[in-house]
Design a protein around this ligand. Structure first.
Ligand SMILES: Cc1cc2nc3c(=O)[nH]c(=O)nc-3n(C[C@H](O)[C@H](O)[C@H](O)COP(=O)(O)OP(=O)(O)OC[C@H]3O[C@@H](n4cnc5c(N)ncnc54)[C@H](O)[C@@H]3O)c2cc1C
Length: 318
């Protein structure tokens, strides 16, 4: 087996999700080689070795200045062919999914996306993958000369092994204009802790009642060093921008603590935060799914409970 793991990085920055994917790829092939595209990814080699990559391929080319999905995938598929890879694994992030879909098209091969469990012990791989936003687990079999799969985010815990390995450079033969779409400019709209990476998320639903009533949730999130999230009812009502939405059609998160305020826990919301390590529900309805599934629940009006928690934190901090 010769396995490549595509590393989704943004100008040399990676998220925990990428290391989770590498951990899962390492379980499939202990000799997995990580692939970074563009010189900006070169600095990641030590981190990738630490999380179990046995080798790192660094792809360099003048066209690969910033994220460019078609060019990145052309380069990855060319590398896969060049080294005789029998599998290319990515992680089901936005970019990981996009690049792997392009790789599948470029190599004219099937792709099995969002796998949570893979048995690669036989020539035909068997896997379980999540569909319908996590509400369906599907068993699939993959028969292909090169196996292309993505790992579902948060389906493995990133585990360092402290290994070392070799770095090799690969220069693909990309033609001029291979980067059909590329980033030419970017505007930072959010600084600091983001919903996707916050260790604590204080999230509000219909029960919050208005855009203005999110102020106590924002204060609590700030006190806890976290971020604010919300349900789709909130974005549909125009109380919050879609970038705050958690769920199937929003952001999928896995914070240490998720505080759900006035959120019923519909399946489309639940699949976006079910990987949270601890869930605290604040809800007036003791039978709301969020309450019955949560580790802790406060059955009360969130408009009283949230400010009370913030006041107690401030009191204890003096
Ligand atoms: C294809 C599709 C995709 C979707 N994607 C998403 C998605 O990505 N994310 C998402 O969130 N939803 C999504 N939805 C919508 C989802 O089905 C639910 O409609 C939505 O999550 C409900 O939001 P909510 O919990 O805020 O509202 P509700 O279900 O109305 O729940 C409000 C809760 O607040 C409680 N409450 C009311 N007042 C108070 C109070 N004062 N104090 C405490 N608790 C109170 C109530 O008891 C209730 O449990 C999707 C739906 C579809 C069909």
């Amino acid at each position: 087996m010769s396995t490549l793991y595509f590393v989704d990085h943004d100008r040399g920055e990676i998220t925990e999700t990428v290391l989770e994917g590498l951990t899962a790829a390492r379980a499939i092939d202990s000799a997995v080689a990580a692939v970074t595209v563009g010189a900006a990814g070169d600095g990641l080699a030590d981190k990738l070795f630490e999380y179990g990559a046995a080798a790192v391929h660094q792809i360099h080319h003048d066209e690969l200045t910033d994220y460019a999905p078609a060019a990145w995938s052309d380069a990855v598929s060319e590398l896969a062919t060049s080294v005789g890879a029998t599998a290319v694994i990515g992680v089901g992030t936005d970019r990981g999914s996009e690049v792997m879909a392009h790789v599948a098209a470029a190599m004219d091969l099937p792709l099995v996306a969002n796998c949570i469990d893979i048995d690669a012990s036989n020539d035909i791989w068997e896997m379980t993958r999540v569909r319908w936003g996590g509400s369906l687990h599907e068993r699939a079999r993959l028969e292909a000369s090169v196996k292309l799969v993505t790992i579902a985010p948060h389906s493995a815990e990133a585990t360092p092994v402290g290994a070392s390995g070799t770095v090799t450079e690969f220069v693909p033969t990309l033609g001029d204009g291979a980067a059909v779409t590329r980033i030419v400019d970017r505007v930072t709209t959010e600084e600091g802790i983001t919903l996707a990476t916050a260790p604590v998320v204080v999230s509000g639903g219909r029960g919050v009642g208005s855009a203005e009533a999110f102020a106590p949730l924002e204060e609590l999130a700030e006190l806890l060093g976290g971020a604010v999230g919300c349900s789709r009812v909130v974005t549909n009502s125009g109380w919050k921008n879609h970038k705050y939405q958690v769920g199937q059609t929003g952001t999928v998160i896995a914070p240490d603590v998720y505080i759900a305020c006035g959120i019923s826990g519909a399946i489309q919301h639940w699949v976006g935060m079910m990987a949270s390590k601890n869930v605290i529900a604040i809800n007036t309805d003791p039978l709301a799914p969020m309450v019955t599934k949560a580790e802790y629940a406060v059955i009360a009006d969130l408009h009283e409970v949230v400010p009370a928690i913030a006041a107690e934190i401030l009191r204890r901090r003096g």
